[in-house]
Design a protein around this ligand. Structure first.
Ligand SMILES: Nc1ncnc2c1ncn2[C@@H]1O[C@H](COP(=O)(O)OP(=O)(O)O)[C@@H](O)[C@H]1O
Ligand SMILES: [Mg+2]
Length: 236
């Protein structure tokens, strides 16, 4: 089976700093894949390169059979490749509903827009209750829901999430992961970056472990959970 996403030799530089070095990664249709690694390993840089938010210094990215090199970020969203960024990036002065509608900005016209909105509200009733409230007044967990909801408004086929549990209370982390699991079960392919490696490995099929910009290990999530090196470095 051909991969939905196929990354070969990806490198990302910021001036003289090499954040990602020759990374190979593959995500097949329907898979849930996690990328784990310590702070500064290059996980966010990898996702940003896939989303088209940073320009790689080397390598190729194929998504759904298309070379993404010349495809701008907004068109990647239009093709079903969506990123929920680290730190959420909600528009704090816009209402919850305006934020959600921003997630569908690449669409032509309103076809399906309100169905999508209803689906997101069905998934996150809290967002529906607060739909007229400014996003900046939401709690951290609600903002994470909003960021995920906004990405869903683009009807993604491959959803990339960068540290969705960051800064959230344990109960909210559980809730967010439940939603992520539901999204995957609805048929969306997942690429998940998460500091909480145990949680990520528990909901994913496969994992890549990244250190200093390189993939140092790739295996099934179940075997990673049992791997002594992974356990000592990431599962504390
Ligand atoms: N905008 C930037 N400018 C300069 N260096 C950056 C920038 N973003 C990230 N870096 C550096 O790139 C490396 C990888 O960062 P990042 O991709 O954010 O890692 P992670 O998400 O795994 O914590 C780190 O050394 C970080 O300091
Ligand atoms: Mg990061």
């Amino acid at each position: 089976m051909t991969a939905l996403l196929q990354v070969e030799g990806l490198s990302v530089h910021y001036g003289g700093i090499e954040a990602v070095t020759g990374l190979d990664l593959e995500v097949r249709q329907g898979e849930r894949v996690t990328l784990i690694g310590a702070n500064g390993a290059g996980k966010s840089s990898t996702l940003k390169a896939l989303a088209g938010l940073v320009v790689p210094s080397a390598g190729s990215i194929r998504y759904d059979g298309v070379d993404l090199r010349t495809v701008p970020a907004w068109q990647r969203v239009g093709r079903g490749l969506s990123l929920v960024p680290e730190g959420r990036g909600v528009f704090s002065r816009l209402s919850v509903e305006e934020n959600l509608l921003m997630g569908a900005y690449h669409r032509n016209g309103a076809t399906g827009l309100y169905e999508e909105l209803e689906r997101v509200y069905g998934l996150f009733t809290r967002l529906h209750e607060r739909r007229h409230q400014a996003a900046g007044t939401l709690s951290g967990g609600e903002q994470q829901m909003l960021a995920i909801g906004r990405a869903l408004m683009a009807a993604p086929r491959l959803l990339m999430l960068d540290e969705p549990s960051m800064g959230l209370a344990p109960l909210m982390v559980e809730r967010i992961f439940e939603v992520i699991r539901n999204i995957a079960e609805a048929g969306v392919t997942l690429l998940l970056v998460e500091q909480n490696a145990r949680l990520a490995l528990e909901i994913c099929d496969r994992a890549y472990v990244m250190e200093s910009g390189r993939i140092v290990l790739t295996d099934s999530a179940a075997r990673c959970l049992d791997n002594p090196l992974v356990r000592s470095a990431y599962l504390g």
